[in-house]
Write a protein that binds this ligand. Sequence first.
Ligand code: ZN
Length: 298
Amino acid sequence: MTEKTFCPQCRSEDVSFLLSARDHLVSGETYTIDRCRRCGLAFTVNPPSEDEIHRYYVSDDYISHSDKKNSLADYFYHIARGLMLRKKYRLVAGATGRKTGNLIDIGSGTGYFASFMQKKGWTVTGIELNDKAREYSVTRFAVNAVPPSELSEVDELSVECITFWHVLEHLYDPGKWLSEVNRILKDEGRCLIALPNLDSADARWYGNRWAALDVPRHLWHFSPEALVRLAEDHGFTCDRILPMPLDIFYISALGYKNEGRRLALARGLVAGLLLTAGSLFRKNSASSLIYVLSKRRS
Ligand SMILES: [Zn+2]
């Protein structure tokens, strides 16, 4: 296997080994993560190709997980999801200054967010690669969900808000997606991107055990510096960076579960509280961050 010797985004050859991490969800394989010294972007080295990656997603579980409430973890998951939907709605309204408009949710999954926004009066299109997830969001929520190829059909300057909730790190060419978003977004529109934060308190604490590395499904591992640079390279400016304070509990609990530790949920809650308390005054140290982007005026 030959390793990449350059950064896939900025093409710099100044890259160095960051860590190696294991795929706990599906394959048990170990992957190397390198970091570019020039643009700061970290990337999974030699990930599966676009034709193979579907084997690394457990899709049946992924869809049925949406609705079951069998365990305490499911119960917390449903509460957290309800809180997050309301928070995302407020964020979209705050960032765009609008109560309605056209919204495209990229990587819309089973359609919960798209449906929530639709009920609030937004005209929503979900973009989703997975056929089953798309069918689910259409039949369960009557959400207009279409495959990624249809994004190119969207008129330029026609959309008020575009969202990527924990999606950009899965895309093979995030720069190309950002260019496309820049084309269809209205000049006063906003693009919201949520991502795990490689510079977070928990990423530093857990190292290669950090569950949000999620190799090889996560092809990219963004720090704030790297995301802002990527956005600027594709015609955006970053207006704000906001914390997602609940993710640390989920990521901590998942990490302990991956290690086969007992009481993973309780451990995750305690570790999450301690890590949150320990980094209260450090900027951009949350487990996940939301970036609010606007189009650069030229
Ligand atoms: Zn680079």
